[in-house]
Design a protein. Structure first.
Lengths: 145, 151
């Protein structure tokens, strides 16, 4: 972790993961929620207020111009984020496919299998959470259907 | 540049700086002197006790057995692969020439049927090339149950 070797598959996976989690996911969520967090910081009290303040990096700029900039950056991150997601999940398959001790995993289809299983398991998780949420929260607007 | 972007860049720079500091502290002292590893690890390994004598030292005393092995199927294997590490044996067994060996100097004699299975049992992760294809070096795999190796 401290001294990654560039010929190591696992070390490169560290870079891929760092890129995806820190640059793509974190930034995208932050730009999506920054305006909301500034608003919530004004509405809540004490610890929650401090938390929202910290998450919005103690800025209060929610003018239409800066929000438009946020949306623009968020769109750009999404455009590079989708290929990055393919890279990350495909790379997991590559790592698993090169594990010599498991002959059943030794196939070039491994990245494809991982991609598709990531898609279906993600969709399944979203549906499961939707069912759970609507069981306890019948009045939410997204549970009217 | 709007203020919140400036703050964001600042936060990222702080994290990168923190990482560099942590890296500076945690990096081993002799790392990178000779290559992408600790130089001191060579010295640490060189002072570890030896266990293996080497096939040349075996044939100093057991030359007749070396000749038998050279004719057999296991000619490519070194003695200690099957008989275990024998440096102590090579150093001190000569003192017991006339009497029985001390227990700690006796090497293993893998002569059971089940000892064959250690190398020759079917293993899907091993390359499947039959015994006599390339220089007699590949390990032939057999089903241990069918060949009564597990008795």
């Amino acid at each position: 972790m401290i001294t990654p070797h560039l010929s190591s598959d696992m070390a490169i996976f560290g870079f891929v993961y760092l890129w995806y989690l820190m640059v793509v996911l974190l930034l995208e969520i932050w730009f999506d929620y920054r305006r909301d967090m500034v608003v919530w910081a004004g509405e809540s009290k004490r610890f929650k207020r401090f938390l929202y303040r910290a998450f919005s990096l103690w800025t209060t700029d929610i003018s239409p111009k800066s929000v438009a900039l946020d949306n623009k950056i968020g769109y750009f991150i999404t455009v590079i984020g989708v290929p990055s997601a393919f890279l990350l999940h495909g790379y997991v398959g590559f790592i698993f496919g090169s594990v010599k001790a498991n002959p059943w995993w030794s196939t070039v289809l491994m990245p494809v299998i991982f991609l598709f299983s990531a898609m279906v398991s993600g969709i399944a998780l979203v549906m499961f959470i939707y069912i759970l949420l609507c069981r306890f929260n019948k009045d939410a607007f997204f549970c009217y259907f | 540049m709007p203020q919140h972007i400036k703050r964001l860049v600042l936060v990222f720079m702080v994290f990168i700086a923190l990482f560099l500091i942590v890296k500076y502290i945690l990096k081993p002292v002799s790392f990178g002197n000779l290559g992408h590893y600790r130089e001191l690890s060579i010295h640490e390994n060189s002072i570890k006790p030896l266990h293996y004598a080497g096939a040349v030292n075996c044939s100093n005393c057991h030359d007749s057995i070396r000749l038998i092995k050279a004719e057999g199927f296991h000619a490519q294997l070194k003695c200690e692969v099957c008989h275990g590490p024998g440096l102590k044996h090579a150093l001190y067994a000569g003192r017991f020439k006339d009497g029985p060996l001390q227990d700690s100097l006796i090497l293993t004699m893998p002569n059971d049927r089940r000892d064959c299975a250690v190398c020759h049992e079917i293993n899907a992760a091993r390359i499947k090339i039959t015994f006599d294809t390339i220089n007699n070096t590949m390990v032939k795999q057999v089903n241990g149950m069918e060949h009564y190796l597990m008795k």
